[in-house]
Design a protein around this ligand. Structure first.
Ligand SMILES: *Cc1c(COP(=O)(O)O)cnc(C)c1O
Length: 379
């Protein structure tokens, strides 16, 4: 039966434990599994290869992204690392220039020395991607909306361009989640998530997820996953499964709050500019409306005077000054010193990730309380 995403979120893949009927899918906290006999298996042999709780999460995320295969890793960065192992020395990868700092760091500081080549370009403009393609270009890696400047990349256009040249497309879908955006449906090959963020949703665990539809890519990723062993534990898999049940209601509320806060920030005399994917003046607004059903709840803004930043961060009472995003608690981040420190100053400056930029992840608190908190901290 084809059901809507809200129903899929609540029930997951199996929905309950077929053995016992347990409605909360059990945590199979076992490293190994007894073989019924020689050359026989229950389907589970050893938890690095597969574990029932992890499998339920993997099948659930595949279902939500409308893909065929899901894989769960111990963090979002472990998924990026696994995906990069699909490539060989001398392969060239085109990457969105505005992206999560840790992703930039793993490319530049870890994988470059294994012979992978990276070009960081503004993928909001398809022409930039096209002009960066070289004979050895093997993949395009996109974050949309981008972090922290909320730039939008046209995923259908990227998929079309890449397909005609035999290039793989990879999308980090952490900010919008399958609730709002499903890149595989737009022709993208590989979707990844930091499950730490909206999917788990409570700032209580790290997790990473990959979804693909192609059997061959899935098989290669499985080999990497089981060989390297950066798998998600049964307990953490359960936490993410539990988080996913409320993803829809959380995101609806977070987006409602974010819209209110973004509009309020726009009118504030100490704020220079607001970056939110849901503002019609955001350059990518129309493209986003064509490929996603929501805008998410991440907002960045430039204050006019950088001297305001320190006191603002100290005075906030409801917003928590911490890096990360996507949880029920509203967080405020100072990208230049936290999430984007790994990115070289000249790139940061070009993007606008400077001393005046703050990023907020809007939670599910009362929107007026959040606005009041910002207001008192800015005065
Ligand atoms: C946090 C984040 C990551 C990294 O995920 P971890 O779970 O922290 O390893 C990757 N991409 C984006 C967009 C993120 O926000």
């Amino acid at each position: 039966m084809g059901v809507n995403i809200n129903t899929k979120l609540v029930h997951g893949y199996k929905g309950y434990d077929p053995q016992t009927g347990a409605v909360s899918f059990p945590i199979y906290q076992s490293a190994t599994f007894r073989h019924p006999g020689l050359n026989q298996s229950t389907g589970y042999d050893y938890s690095r290869l597969q574990n029932p709780t992890r499998e339920e999460l993997e099948k659930t995320i595949a279902l939500l992204e409308n893909g065929k295969h899901g894989l769960a890793f111990s963090s979002g960065m472990a998924t990026v690392s696994a995906i990069l192992k699909l490539f060989s020395p001398k392969d060239h990868i085109i990457v969105s220039d505005d992206l999560y700092g840790g992703t930039y760091r793993i490319f530049e500081e870890i994988y470059k020395k294994y012979g992978l080549e990276f070009s960081f370009v503004d993928t909001e403009c398809i022409k930039n991607i096209e002009e960066s393609i070289k004979p050895n270009t093997a993949a395009i890696f996109v974050e949309t909306p981008s972090n922290p400047m909320m730039k939008i990349t046209d995923l259908r256009a990227v998929a079309e361009l890449a397909k005609s040249r035999g290039i793989l497309t990879i999308v980090d879908n952490t900010f919008l989640t399958p609730y709002y955006q499903r890149p595989l449906e737009l022709g993208i090959d590989i979707v990844l998530h930091s499950g730490t963020k909206y999917l788990a949703g409570h700032n209580d665990t790290l997790a990473g997820l990959i979804v693909v539809s192609d059997d061959e890519i899935a098989e290669k990723l499985r080999l990497i996953q089981k060989s390297e062993g950066a798998v998600l534990s049964p307990f953490d898999s359960w936490l993410v499964l539990r988080g996913i049940k409320t993803l829809g209601v959380r995101l609806d509320r977070q987006q409602y709050n974010a819209q209110k806060i973004a509009n309020w920030l726009k009118t504030h005399d100490k704020v220079e500019k607001v970056y939110y994917a849901g503002l019609p003046e955001n350059p990518g607004y129309e493209v986003l409306c064509k490929q996603a059903s929501g805008f998410g709840a991440m907002i960045s803004f430039h204050v006019k005077d950088e001297k305001l930043v320190e006191s603002l961060l100290e005075r906030l009472k409801v917003f928590i000054f911490a890096e990360s995003l996507g949880g029920v608690e509203s967080l405020i981040t100072y990208p230049v010193a936290q999430t984007h420190q790994a990115i070289p100053p000249h790139i940061r400056e070009r993007l606008g990730v400077n001393e005046k930029l703050l990023r907020i992840s809007v939670g599910i608190e009362d929107a007026d309380d959040l606005i009041q908190d910002l207001e008192q901290a800015m005065r």
